[in-house]
Design a protein around this ligand. Structure first.
Ligand SMILES: NC(=O)c1ccc[n+]([C@@H]2O[C@H](COP(=O)([O-])OP(=O)(O)OC[C@H]3O[C@@H](n4cnc5c(N)ncnc54)[C@H](OP(=O)(O)O)[C@@H]3O)[C@@H](O)[C@H]2O)c1
Length: 266
């Protein structure tokens, strides 16, 4: 199977399967991105595709992801896969489809804020708490469990998480309690996983580098109506890609970095 996967792009027939289309010559890295329909995830998909990587761009509703569809039409090295990160069965099906395909960089990007008005002290909406945790924390952890062997089989072996500076406990100034808690939990969980992988006896697992990256305050649907200066998604994605590149050593595994490359306090 791997032989057919590692065929050079030029030789691929039009009916090659999506896993075959992204997993090309072994020298070409592959990235899997969650939440690639819009915002930072869409820009990461665009920029990795332009860099020539194999891109597995996942999103909840491929048929409605117009910009992503346009990207896929322009870049044969980008495939779209359906994935809601709260849907365990869909995640299992995707993992089965890509079994044996090396994934150099897994990017847990999908995230929700949960609504400012639903997380005001005294009027907390606990359904919002569950929704935010399900996407931002449980979804990301599950992705790691399901795709860890794909990452371990790759050259670069990176699991990168789009976190947020608002998940820093020492820097908090209040507001968005559920969202903040979710990013703090993501940080703790991924740092814990980074330590556990270092001790793992499974092939390649102890070489995996786990990253936590704050992408900046970015002008996406997510941050709309926030009255503070923002950077554009393209600038954020370019900076995030640089930071991902900067994770080169296992000793950096579990580090929490800003899109500027600066280390952030927990
Ligand atoms: N924007 C900022 O200032 C900022 C700052 C710090 C951190 N972040 C983080 O950056 C990441 C991306 O945010 P963004 O600013 O690009 O927000 P966005 O424009 O709202 O995009 C969020 C993405 O997540 C996807 N998503 C939501 N729930 C999902 C689910 N259950 N399964 C799969 N995908 C799901 C959305 O898909 P649909 O199109 O299907 O809804 C969308 O593609 C998030 O983790 C966020 O916490 C953003």
């Amino acid at each position: 199977m791997l032989v057919s996967i590692f065929v050079a792009m030029a030789g691929l027939s039009a009916c090659a399967s999506a896993p075959e289309r992204v997993a090309r010559a072994p020298a070409t890295p592959t990235v899997l991105i969650t939440g690639a329909s819009r915002g930072i995830g869409l820009e990461l998909a665009r920029q990795y595709a332009e860099l020539g990587w194999g891109v597995i761009a996942t999103c909840r509703n491929p048929a409605g992801a117009d910009e992503l569809q346009l990207l896929a039409a322009r870049h044969s090295n980008l495939v779209i896969e359906s994935l809601d990160v709260t849907d365990n069965r869909e995640m299992d099906a995707l993992a089965a489809r890509y079994a044996g395909v090396p994934i150099d960089v897994l990017i847990n990007n999908a995230g929700i804020l949960g609504g400012n008005d639903r997380q005001q002290f005294g009027r907390y909406d606990y359904a919002a708490f569950d929704e935010v945790m399900a996407v931002n924390v449980k979804g990301a952890i599950r992705m790691v469990e399901k795709f860890v062997d794909n990452v371990a089989d790759s050259e670069q072996k990176k699991i990168m998480n789009i976190s947020s500076a608002v998940g820093s406990v020492s820097m908090t100034f209040g507001g968005q309690n559920f969202y903040r808690a979710s990013k703090a939990a993501l940080n703790m969980s991924m740092r814990t996983i980074s330590k556990e992988l270092r001790r793992s006896k499974e092939p390649g697992h102890n070489e995996i580098i786990v990253g936590l990256i704050h992408p900046g305050v970015v002008a996406t649907d997510f941050a709309k109506n926030v009255p503070i200066p923002m950077i554009e998604p393209a600038e954020s994605a370019a900076a995030v890609i640089k930071v991902i590149d900067s994770y080169k050593d296992r000793r950096q595994s579990g580090d929490f970095l800003s899109y500027t490359g600066q280390e952030l306090p927990w």
